[in-house]
Design a protein around this ligand. Structure first.
Ligand SMILES: [Zn+2]
Ligand SMILES: [Zn+2]
Length: 389
């Protein structure tokens, strides 16, 4: 076995340690609650049954969301984002970075891409050899580019991104619920343990309360942060480093208003919101932005400004549309958004060669400067600053 292969295998095994630890803690908490508390400590049958039912419902939802987060394969860019053979050969033969950028820009013209590097270059992954779609990042742990990457979570040993972000948020919510159920039902026996030394409450119950309370505080904090991110339609990476658009970095560039931001992650049907089933909108390759007035060709042009330049002169969306945008009704954007909802598809289609992204690209093309109401754009000083809810 080659040393590098052995090292990689070791790394993979070590990566599972936090997830195994969580599973062991959950397994122990099950024993402590069901056996030590419900069987040995609680004397009332009604109380015991009631506690066991509530506990098992919370545990089921928690484990379901947790395992879905762990076992959901991160979604990677479709073949449409891979350089065509001819361009790839040219790119690899070329040593001048500027010419390489020209090659990438030429290919990116046909893709629904609106974000760039901080220096204004097309985002390209040399490891995966793909042009990165908006919000896509390379994960060094998973060794792949992940669509709408949020972060790599060691506790689930998986990347949290487009394919499983909803599961991750539900996992945090149901983990909080699980800890809350334990704390709320164990607390009276926890107090008895201190006041009545001869009580049946045991060491397990004392420890169970401490562990559940500790996890509850930390998980609720993380859940609150992610709910805030969902409301803003922002990933953890974007919260720390704003995506760069044609008119510079904009941390709210993907925000469409609270209810639409929530629908982007949880879907638009309430019956799917509380269960770890895939219901996110879109295909992970293309995202509706508040800056949809920018034509991809314009965004890919040589005039893509550097952040420094853009901070000096912001693009005025009203002027980009040449005034024509104001002739179009508010309904245009809503109709296009609904169109995107209808095109929402499960992650199974991620690797369909470019079909989904091409459809969305057509949608983007339809949202040319001239077809948008200017007030959905951030730079328009005449109207509302955010997309309509
Ligand atoms: Zn990559
Ligand atoms: Zn990862």
């Amino acid at each position: 076995m080659a040393p590098s292969h052995a090292l990689r295998c070791c790394k993979r095994v070590i990566n599972w340690v936090p997830a195994v630890f969580i599973n062991l803690v959950v397994g122990w908490s099950y024993y402590a609650y069901v056996v030590e508390l419900c069987v040995y400590t609680i004397t009332s049958n009604a109380e015991r049954i009631c506690y066991l039912i509530i506990f098992h419902i919370a545990l089921f939802l928690f484990i379901w969301a947790y395992w879905k987060t762990i076992w959901s394969k991160p979604a990677s860019p479709s073949k449409a984002f891979v350089l065509p053979r001819a361009e790839k050969e040219l790119y690899e033969q070329e040593e001048r970075a500027q010419v390489q950028q020209e090659i990438l820009k030429k290919v990116a013209k046909n893709l629904p891409i609106y974000t760039r590097t901080a220096g204004g270059a097309v985002r390209y992954c040399d490891i995966c050899q793909v042009i990165k779609p908006d919000r896509c990042h390379h994960c060094s742990t998973c060794e792949m580019c992940v669509l709408k990457m949020d972060h790599h979570c060691p506790w689930v040993n998986n990347c949290v991104g487009f394919s499983n972000y909803k599961y991750f948020v539900l996992f945090l919510a149901y983990a909080s619920l699980y800890c809350l159920v334990i704390c709320a039902t164990v607390v009276q026996y926890f107090i008895k343990f201190w006041t009545e030394p001869n009580t049946h409450a045991k060491f397990h119950i004392l420890f169970l309360f401490f562990v559940a309370a500790l996890f509850f505080i930390s998980v609720v904090s993380l859940l609150s942060y992610h709910l805030w991110l969902v409301g803003k339609n922002r990933t953890t990476i974007e919260a720390f480093r704003a995506p760069v658009f044609a008119n510079g970095p904009d941390k709210n560039g993907f925000s469409l208003g609270f209810s639409r931001n929530v629908a982007e992650v949880f879907g638009d049907q309430a019956k799917h919101w509380f269960f770890p089933v895939f219901s996110a909108l879109g295909d992970g390759h293309s995202f509706v932005t508040r800056l949809v007035h920018i034509d991809p060709e314009q965004a890919n042009s040589d005039t893509f400004p550097s952040p420094a330049a853009s901070s000096r002169s912001r693009v005025n969306p009203c002027s980009v549309g040449g005034g024509r945008s104001q002739k179009h009704p508010q309904a245009t954007y809503d109709a296009l958004y609904k169109q995107r909802r209808r095109r929402s598809r499960p992650p199974l289609s991620f690797h369909a060669p470019g079909r989904a992204s091409n459809q969305l690209f057509l949608l983007r093309r339809a949202v040319h400067p001239s077809s948008l109401p200017c007030h959905i754009d951030r730079g328009c000083t005449a109207g509302v600053q955010t997309a309509p809810v």
